[in-house]
Design a protein around this ligand. Structure first.
Ligand code: CTP
Length: 404
């Protein structure tokens, strides 16, 4: 379940072409279990109708400080008092400037000014032309708004509605949703650095063929995302997978087990936690041919021999920082049967304090899973759930182990 479920968010729209993304954002918030109250400026109504936002949010939209529906005629007070946050998306350059100066000449800015600042956080998603964004006036405003405790989200980069290309686009609705989820997640890993391996490795036979496995990387990516939401700095070393990077995560793409080991060794010194979810190929071909191996028509098959790959988890767990516990190492075990028995033996063999078992064939490529957490005291099951929900539970469990 999303950390947003049950929240009440006031979604403010100021005037900008990015308002079309706010319709998607509104829908996504409602889907995540949020009640959404939309407030629009007059300028926003040039880009998006209140009817659309009412249909998507399921609530009448407020556009005027003189709205007679409020018995006391104080919409600016009433709307913010039970909100968990006010999110202004898009926040135009003009609206940012107005917030900075405490302007209050229409309902949205008036409501922002009138909100109880200790109780109702204000989150803004800027949206403007790249020249407007990079203008010193805007940058000064953004810096001061941050200093005033307002959460200013990043801007996106790319093609703009005006035909120019650069910084200043409003984040996409799914990116804003992710930022909001992160905002409401308790920061159990604040100040910690987490290193995650994910996906399969690919071991080349020749330039066009290789051996790999069915790991999709979804569990590792979900863990990286959950760790970042919990406030950690996250580095993700990913084998060949078709997954977008979780927001705010530093990603290194690798192909073979040896490349993965190199990347992990380089990053491990700075880490407090190492979580090895990658399904590393146990063996690689002894020789990888420089050119494609051709059939010669004789019906003879090529002779393939294999050598064992380095064990990345064991290497790190048995390093100075791993063995002393300074770097908390977590292994995964993908098994096909006798999970508890294999996971228990694997934990000891790898020399890690925590090993997470799962049934490989049942979970590869799926969006859900079930986990078995094995430590020196015994085993605890995290029952069947989405990989993202399990990742959140696992990260909470790991964080509690760091503070023991
Ligand atoms: N692992 C690793 N490097 C390897 C092999 C495995 O870092 N060369 C890590 C995996 O990321 C996982 C754990 O070790 O965290 C266990 O991986 P798994 O493939 O289940 O175990 P193996 O060591 O390959 O043992 P077996 O083949 O006997 O199941």
């Amino acid at each position: 379940m999303s950390t947003l479920a049950g929240k009440h968010i006031v979604l403010g729209l100021s005037g900008g072409i990015a308002a079309f993304k706010s319709a998607e954002l509104c829908r996504a918030l409602v889907k995540a279990g949020v009640t959404v109250q939309v407030v629009m400026t007059e300028a926003a109504e040039h880009f998006m109708t209140a009817v659309t936002m009412q249909a998507l949010s399921g609530r009448p939209v407020y556009t005027s400080q003189w709205d007679p529906r409020e018995a006391n005629n104080m919409a600016h007070i009433n709307l913010s008092r039970d909100a968990d946050a006010i999110v202004v998306a898009p926040a135009s350059a003009d609206f940012l400037s107005k917030l900075l100066h405490g302007g209050a000449d229409e309902l949205l800015s008036l409501m922002c000014l009138a909100r109880p600042i200790d109780k109702v956080p204000l989150i803004v998603a800027p949206a403007m032309n790249r020249e407007m964004w990079s203008n010193p006036a805007t940058q000064r405003n953004v810096a001061q708004l941050k200093a005033d405790g307002i959460h200013v989200l990043d801007v996106g980069q790319g093609d703009q509605a005006c035909g120019e290309t650069g910084d200043g686009r409003m984040l996409e609705s799914d990116e804003i949703l992710e930022e909001l989820e992160a905002f409401f997640t308790p920061k159990a890993l604040s100040g910690k650095s987490v290193l995650v391996t994910a996906g399969p490795t690919y071991e080349a036979i020749d330039p066009v063929r290789g051996i790999t496995n069915l790991s999709s990387g979804k569990m590792g990516f979900a863990i990286a995302r959950a760790a970042r939401m919990a406030g950690a700095q996250v580095t993700l070393v990913a084998g060949p997978v078709h997954l977008p990077s979780p927001r705010g995560v530093l990603r290194f793409n690798v192909r073979s087990a040896r490349e993965m080991l190199d990347a992990v060794v380089q990053q491990a010194d700075a880490a407090d936690v190492f979580i090895a979810t990658a399904a590393v190929a146990d063996w690689r071909p002894t020789h990888s041919a420089d050119q494609k191996i051709k059939k010669d028509g004789s019906g003879q098959t090529p002779e393939l021999s294999f050598v064992e790959n380095p064990d990345i988890l064991a290497t790190i767990a048995q390093s100075l920082r791993g063995a002393s516990g300074e770097l908390f190492c977590v292994g995964f075990a993908a098994e096909s049967h006798d999970l508890l028995q294999h996971a228990t033996a694997k934990r000891l063999r790898k020399g890690v304090p925590l090993l997470v078992g799962n049934i490989g064939p049942a979970t590869f490529g799926q969006d859900d899973n079930a986990l078995l957490l094995v430590d020196e005291k015994g085993a605890r099951e995290l029952p069947h759930a989405s990989k993202q929900a399990l990742a959140v539970q696992l990260i909470t469990d790991i964080a509690s182990r760091l503070t023991r």
